[in-house]
Design a protein around this ligand. Structure first.
Ligand SMILES: Cc1cc2nc3c(=O)[nH]c(=O)nc-3n(C[C@H](O)[C@H](O)[C@H](O)COP(=O)(O)O)c2cc1C
Length: 389
């Protein structure tokens, strides 16, 4: 995927944007851009259709205004958390993201090793380009993300493999009965390059992701061929009974769906619009968060993703009711820019940013973030309500 000479770097192994050092996550995006082909950049950074939801995610986060508190001792800000019972040094896990060997030859192993070093859980995507077992051996605390396959036997087998490999939770992505129309990939006739495969799936159908056709995404054709679009609440019960692992449902935006998950004994919901890659026109993930938080009323954990690009974004999500967040594209920028070291640098940047943001907001820990006053919508003051409705 080498595109241009990455040049020399002050941090060994890490590509840097021309003429300056990395300071924030946007710099990692620039660095990644320098070594990533246009097609792969589009696959990672693109959204569905007109990319309205992709943009809404950012504008909703940008619009939030927090009111800091004063005279709070913040010399020892704690960022420790235990999402789904997995110890973490940050209220964060790495989001499930497919095919990481597209970004770097070390792929998921590099990202997982960086997560292990940072003490943050790594979510293994079902469509990972390395096996569950290889990734689990990195020493990272792992969760396994499941899509619903037409082949139910294979679905069951994957859950069992994840359990046997030591994954500590299962995350079911529910917002992908089919893949969203990602026009950039369609225009590029995007397909996986040889050597990057869905390593956990069977040989036959997975080869579909390698056969390019003009005007079509081979990755979308593969997923549409193997994913089961008939998914129902009843199927969620089937999984609940199949495993004793903590269970998260990813892609929740409607508070009614969140409440139903709580009724069914699900352990966490991930408020997510898949980073704007599924329904274009879907509500910004951040706008959905307060209602989901209110609807579940503490009965399950609430996670958040889609659009997070800084520690102060994480603080905003915590203030609006998230127990933890999933880190998406920025981890892939780090991976492209410097493999394991690049992801480590992204995570340490975020740790520093969140620690500074908590201190400046007068929060000694994340629980204090919940009670900050916040304005989520310019012109509509949300006041001091701890549980916005
Ligand atoms: C390249 C890429 C691949 C992804 N693959 C998956 C996947 O296999 N399963 C899944 O549940 N979500 C997947 N996602 C969505 C992420 O888990 C997450 O919801 C999203 O990236 C959050 O948005 P953000 O990156 O803008 O923060 C993927 C996202 C990207 C960018």
């Amino acid at each position: 995927v080498s595109k241009s000479d990455p040049g020399t770097s002050a941090q060994p192994g890490l590509v840097e944007p021309a003429g300056r050092s990395v300071a924030g996550l946007a710099d990692f995006e620039l660095a990644a851009r320098r070594v990533t082909s246009a097609e792969i950049h589009d696959f990672v950074c693109g959204g569905a259709e007109a990319e309205l939801t992709l943009a809404h995610n950012r504008s909703a986060l940008d619009a939030v205004q927090l009111v800091p508190r004063l005279f709070v001792g913040v010399s020892n800000v704690s960022t420790a958390a235990a999402p789904l019972g997995t110890a973490s040094t940050l209220p964060m896990a790495i989001a499930p993201m497919a095919y990481q060997r597209l970004l770097h030859p070390d792929g998921e192993l590099a990202t997982a090793r960086a997560a292990a070093q940072a003490g943050v859980p790594f979510t293994i995507a079902m469509l990972a380009s390395q096996t569950i077992e290889e990734i689990a051996k990195t020493g990272a605390a792992t969760w396994f993300q499941l899509y619903w396959l037409r082949d139910r036997g294979l679905t069951r087998e994957l859950v069992q493999r994840a359990e046997a490999a030591g994954c500590q939770a299962l995350m079911i992505t529910a917002d992908t009965p089919r893949m969203g129309r990602r026009l950039r990939d369609m225009r590029n006739g995007f397909r996986l390059r040889p050597g990057v495969v869905a390593a956990n799936l069977t040989d036959g159908p997975r080869s579909r992701a390698h056969v390019g056709r003009p005007g079509s995404s081979a990755v979308a054709e593969h997923t549409d061929a193997v994913f089961d679009p008939t998914l129902s609440w009843h199927d969620l019960d089937w999984i609940r009974e199949l495993t004793a692992l903590p269970l998260a449902v990813k892609g929740v935006l409607d508070p009614r769906d969140a409440a139903r998950c709580a009724d069914m004994g699900i352990d966490a919901v991930v408020v997510s619009n898949h980073g704007g890659r599924q329904l274009d026109g879907a509500v910004a993930s951040l706008r959905a968060l307060p209602e989901v938080y209110a609807a579940v009323d503490g009965r399950l954990e609430v996670f958040f993703d889609s659009g997070l690009r800084s520690g102060s974004d994480v603080l905003k999500a915590l203030a609006l009711g998230a127990d933890a967040v999933l880190l998406g594209r920025p981890a892939l920028w780090g991976l492209a820019a410097g493999g394991r070291q690049g992801v480590e640098a992204v995570l340490s940047t975020l740790r520093e940013e969140l620690t500074v943001a908590l201190a400046l907001a007068g929060c000694a820990d994340q629980a204090a973030a919940r009670s900050l006053r916040k304005d989520t919508d310019p012109g509509r003051w949300d006041g001091h309500r701890a549980r916005p409705s």
